[in-house]
Design a protein around this ligand. Sequence first.
Ligand code: PMP
Length: 364
Amino acid sequence: MPQGFTLSVYPWVYLAKYQEDGSWAEDFQEKPHKTPREEEAMAPAELDALLAQRNSFPELPVVNYTTQYGLGCFEGLKAFPQADGSLKLFRPDQNARRFARSMEGLKMPVYPDETFVSAVRTTVAKNLKLGFSPTFDRAWERDDFESGDSVYIRPFTYAEPAIGLGLSHSPWVIMVTTPVGSYFRPGNSKAVTADTVRATPGGTGWIKCDANYVMAILAKKRAEAEGFMEAVFLDSTHRKYVEEGSSCNIFFVLSNGHLVTPDLGDTILPGVTRDSVLTLAADLKIATEVRRISIEEVMADAREAFVTGTAAGVTSLESLTHMGKTAVFSPDGSSGEVGRALQKNLKGIQYGSLPDRHGWMVAV
Ligand code: PMP
């Protein structure tokens, strides 16, 4: 089972290029491959060489606004194995919408939502037809979904050749897919507040653009070096209100049982999982508050904390450390009651063991 994001690009990839007439020229490419079984039996060096060919796009320019200045955006979504041997996408329309908003935010031409969803479906379906799929390990029968396999789909923009500051008027949209397992290393779910800033009011925090992830990577890697799993960002103005993790949104359960998550504003990424968890919490009759929450309130009153995201699912935090003080939510690292209930509901819908009561799942 793959741990986290090991990059092993599936053979079928997708490229679309914006045309002067306002259309997108779409191209599905079948990169070099053998059968999945033959690839499993290959010597590691040989397989690495084959995978490198699949992650190689010789037709793309190296010097452009994306590689030089980080002018680009991306998405991340998953297709989940179902008991009937099919794969289903989780809310791809939401990722399509956010991708379009990100491109708009970067002043790029619009890539239509319908094109996004159909390109994702076709790319995943073509790979499944070749036998490239995650392990159908009967995750839908298990209670713990934390190590469930799925296909991760990464759509991203890539700018035309250029040097000097400028906007991308005719970008590519590229999609690759790769199998993934659990994102966070099991056994450590401690978080620490970052003393750096991810997003500022009036900035790009609300869109999923490449540039946002520089601060996120630096903070996460520093947190990991200090023995934590995740860094949690505070607002940049007051350094007081909790915003989100490096690549996930955050929720707290207070002593009165209320579930709280920060309201979005323009510095927090509107997560698809965050939105889904709020809906599931309402289904479960959990009182929720979407509002600013200070780190002092969290340290004093939170009984449970978890992060949400496509990669993270619903991952409970064992503790949160801020300026040398630690609030412990779960001494043994197990999920809290609310986090566990929401995780079960979310993963149950994703893997098809619970009815898709909100019409979120889309067959590929
Ligand atoms: N915040 C940030 C900064 C992220 O990168 C992600 C992952 N896309 C999320 C939150 C969670 O979003 P989603 O639930 O849509 O994956």
